[in-house]
Design a protein around this ligand. Structure first.
Ligand code: T3D
Length: 256
């Protein structure tokens, strides 16, 4: 599949989507929104794809909105029509989405990373909420995901002061799951992506369970667990997992 501003490559159960405007630090334009949403849709609709990786070309992950394009049209509409559907597409994708944060992630670029299920950062990556520096409020889910990852006090600090946080600080804060040296970064995220792609259909159910836990009471969440456990246990992968345990062999999951 070819797009103007993103690269798409699917092999071995892993779809890698690379934001590809390196000269603008992969900042979002309307075209990039359209391309990224189309690429996510392609990954969602392809049964051979079991994990999606989002990364950036060049030295940045994504610098957020392209500030040279921001003046074209009402900003609230841009957020509603472009950013919100993108974030929801990632959260509703019933497959793990891994952000391979290769460089700086700023503004909505940081939001994009936070909307993914897992984040691996290169040692040269950094994060800045950036919004307050340009007189804007957090968007693209940042005000939802950030306090849940780092707590409300730290979220307020990161949002109000917009300071740049390096990869090790991000790890200490819980913003990323893992940091890899630059020379090992590609191998590190590929290894996780391939492991996820060999995982059972239950990973997709688990993602939906975690999403529901953000709002549920304990009673509601126990019921959600019971419901999804029924689906997982009835799935081909659930049956294969139990059979493989009894037969003392490694399971062969097919994502079904
Ligand atoms: O309606 C709406 O769109 C609202 C939605 C808003 C969502 C948002 O994301 S708002 C926040 C937008 N993003 C930012 O404010 C970040 C702006 N960029 C920066 O703060 C810095 O560039 C970085 C911290 C990301 C990286 O700094 P550094 O020193 O590594 O690079 P640099 O020299 O600042 O940038 C390199 C080039 O990229 C430079 O262009 P040049 O001088 O080489 O021609 C710079 O202008 C350009 N660039 C960086 N970020 C953006 C950008 N161009 C357009 N838009 C950008 N966001």
């Amino acid at each position: 599949m070819t797009y103007e501003t993103v690269l798409y490559e699917a092999a071995g159960g892993v779809a890698v989507i690379t934001l590809n405007r390196p000269d603008r630090l992969n900042a979002f334009t309307r075209q990039m929104h359209a391309d990224l949403r189309a690429a996510l849709q392609a990954a969602a609709g392809d049964p051979a794809v079991r994990t999606v990786v989002l990364t950036g070309a060049g030295r940045a992950f994504c610098a957020g909105q392209d500030l040279e394009e921001i003046g074209q049209g009402p900003v609230g509409d841009l957020v509603r029509d472009q950013y919100n559907p993108l974030i929801l597409a990632i959260r509703r994708l019933a497959k793990p989405v891994l952000a391979a944060v290769n460089g700086v992630a700023a503004g909505a670029g940081m939001s994009l990373a936070l909307a993914c299920d897992l984040r691996i950062a290169s040692e040269r990556a950094s994060f800045t909420t950036a919004f307050a520096r340009v007189g804007l409020v957090a968007d693209s889910g940042m005000s939802f995901f950030l306090p849940r990852l780092v707590g409300s006090g730290k979220a307020a600090e990161l949002l109000f002061l917009s300071e740049r946080v390096d990869a090790q600080q991000a790890l200490a804060l819980g913003l990323v799951n893992r940091v890899a040296p630059e020379s090992e970064f590609a191998a590190a995220w590929r290894e996780w992506a391939e492991r996820l792609a060999r995982g059972p259909a239950a990973l997709g159910y688990m993602k939906q369970l975690l999403a529901r836990s953000a709002h549920a009471t304990l009673e509601e969440q126990l019921e959600h667990e019971a419901w999804f456990q029924g689906l997982a246990a009835g799935s081909a992968d659930g049956q294969e997992g139990v059979r493989a345990f009894v037969e003392k062999r490694e399971p062969r999951f097919r994502g079904q």
